[in-house]
Write a new protein. Sequence first.
Length: 411
Amino acid sequence: MTLELPKYLLKRGSNFAVRFSVPKEYQTVTGRKEVVRSLGTSDLYEALGKRDAVLKQIEGELKDQLGGRPTAPMVNPEKLEGSTVRVTFHRWLSQADGINNKTRQRYRQHLEAFEAFTGDIEVSEINRSLALRFMDHLKSTPSERTGEKLSERSLQSYQSCLASYWRVLDHWGLVDPDARNPFSSLLRRLAGQRKQKDPRAKSLRPVIREEAEALLSRIAGNDRLKYHREMYVIVRLLWVTACRLNELCSRSLDDIDDRGDHIRINIPQSKTDAGKRVVMVVGQGDCELLRDAMKRAKVDVPSCPDNEGMLFPRLALGGYDRKASHYIGKSLEAVRKTIPTHAEWDMHSFRRTGVSALVNAGVAKEARNLAVGHSNKDDIGMSVYAKRGDLSEVIKATFDALYEELGGSLQ
């Protein structure tokens, strides 16, 4: 028989602790949904005697931290007008629904510091000189918490936040689209300074068939997933098209042309001009899968008016740029991380696999780039995408050709 503990109490090890739920109006500021604090006793009756006093103490600390009054929730982005630093960063953080509360609070602190330094200027006035002056200001201003200079990690956090902020401003059309991001490379090394190794650096490789099938099996076996059908179709199409995730998620029914023996998918918008292309699905099983998805798209209820006529109308749009891949990408990541080798590849690795397969098949660079949407200026397929792939077949064929051309072994 399990005894239920009194309200607000929980066990942490042998001692009792109290759990305080942070009100919603405080969560965006504190970055926390609850506060758990030990009561320092293993006796239930003693814990009950301390509970109410500790709860009031936590609530008082929150109010003191916020100046004695609750801070209003993030302003509705539809009510925000203007293009000053304050208005735009509030708008960004209001719409950035993929950021967790702790990161949101950290970004807000960084942007409030930038607002105070600039005097809440118009974002069109932000330039490289201002960005450098702000970074110098941060380096010379001691931390309010420790009284010491900001660490390299804290400075990097400021730069990352502000560089992302500029990309959002560029997406909204509030800054010069031809201007270079003024917050990039603010922490450039001085001559002779050793480069710090990034512990997060990854060497991702193409996904192999066994891993792709394991991912597909986990999706097929879990019909509780919100986008169960869409995820299954998308993984199958990623394998045979080498497309980017959002290129498939954002397709409309008008982009698809069924030719019977194959289906053509038109990609009219892309991050580069070379990415605007036609992709063809040639496997009959994949064609039938896509035809079934097209039939379902005509009867599924769209998640929003913008999704009328889309191939995957149920996908919720997310992020400041309202991408169709935002939420389904998170769902795919959650399933992918259940596979033991998940740290070695990601969802973009399906694209790496496609390029590696084309290289192994001996497809000419021009044809390969035409299929995957790469520019012919640089062979990024070999230097980036297929760099860590298994290219043993093309290497073997190359040395066979070398052997024949040389006339065989020396006698």
